[in-house]
Design a binder for this molecule. Structure first.
Ligand SMILES: [Zn+2]
Length: 297
């Protein structure tokens, strides 16, 4: 009951966005049947007539996966955050029939540049490119967007700036979905420790979606000393100063201490990853349905 009330209030503000009123149950049925038929969801695999058909049938919603290319310790690949966002977007879209844009692989990762392979884009570039993606599709009649961010807190401010601008200037609705914020309930149930970096949460998820890229034998547990007034995990209900990425010096030290990871990847399992993934896909489907005016119960 409580959950129902909070969900309702979360989405109350959606009522005013363009397109909501045009959406009806016929379109939802159309979406459901398309989802069942296992049609394509990736924009880059479609011809323009297929995209037009999708738009004309009322499915004017696009999911945009965003991540990062940055070091993930000794055992996970650099594209971990993007791979998580891509798989969540793909699995939720296949079950709802919405469009997924090509992923934006790069994010804001200045704090990981000390490690070979990290590629960081400037925050204004991130905001601008997201705005351009939304703006292009808005020109063609898409009016609802869900940005799936796999890079947690580091990308969020710039996505927020872009989303707010898109809503104000283009009259569209944009929601931001981040796995770290959408798994607070299940993370405790699965016994995960704090959100760190390349920790048991990301490692379990990758063991489920990309097991061939995980080198568990190289994983190293490392719990940094507790900082009393600094917590980046959204599950921690304690006073905290706000997040600012670490300096290159901090990260060079972390490379020596842990290979770049924070947390206990040794506790990761594919089973936990599977449960986490299903929870996250379910939540993303709820967000998509709410945005499309459907009931989730
Ligand atoms: Zn990550």
């Amino acid at each position: 009951m409580l959950l129902e009330i909070s969900r309702t209030s979360l989405f109350q503000e959606l009522d005013g966005y363009p397109g909501r009123k045009r959406f009806n149950t016929w379109k939802l049925a159309e979406m459901a049947s398309r989802a069942k038929s296992g049609s394509k969801v990736w924009l880059q695999e479609m011809r323009w007539q297929e995209v037009e058909k999708l738009r004309n049938s009322g499915v004017g919603l696009a999911v945009i996966p965003v991540g990062s290319v940055e070091q993930h310790g000794f055992h996970l690949p650099a594209g971990t955050d993007s791979m998580v966002a891509i798989r969540l977007a793909e699995d939720a879209a296949q079950r709802t029939g919405v469009l997924v844009t090509p992923p934006l692989w790069f994010g804001w990762s200045p704090h990981h540049l000390a490690y070979p392979g990290t590629i960081s884009i400037r925050p204004d570039v991130l905001s601008e490119i997201l705005f351009d993606i939304v703006s292009s599709l808005a020109t063609q009649g898409f009016n609802r967007f869900v940005i799936v961010n796999g890079h947690r807190i580091a990308n969020i401010p710039w996505i927020q700036i872009s989303a707010e601008r898109a809503q104000r200037e283009l009259g569209v609705r944009v929601l931001i979905y981040d796995p770290a914020y959408m798994s607070k309930e299940i993370a405790d149930r699965l016994g995960f420790g704090k959100v760190g970096h390349a920790e048991e949460i990301e490692t379990s998820h990758m063991l489920h979606i990309m097991p061939n890229l995980v080198r568990m034998e190289k994983a190293r547990d490392y719990i940094p000393p507790e900082r009393k007034l600094y917590h980046v995990d959204p599950r921690i209900p304690k006073d905290t100063v706000c997040y600012v990425p670490g300096t290159a010096k901090n990260l060079e030290q972390a490379a020596k201490d842990s290979g770049g990871g924070h947390g206990r990847p040794s506790l990761a399992t594919a089973e936990k990853g599977s449960e986490l993934h299903e929870h996250l896909v379910g939540r993303l489907i709820e967000v998509i349905n709410e945005l499309n005016g459907a009931r989730n119960d």
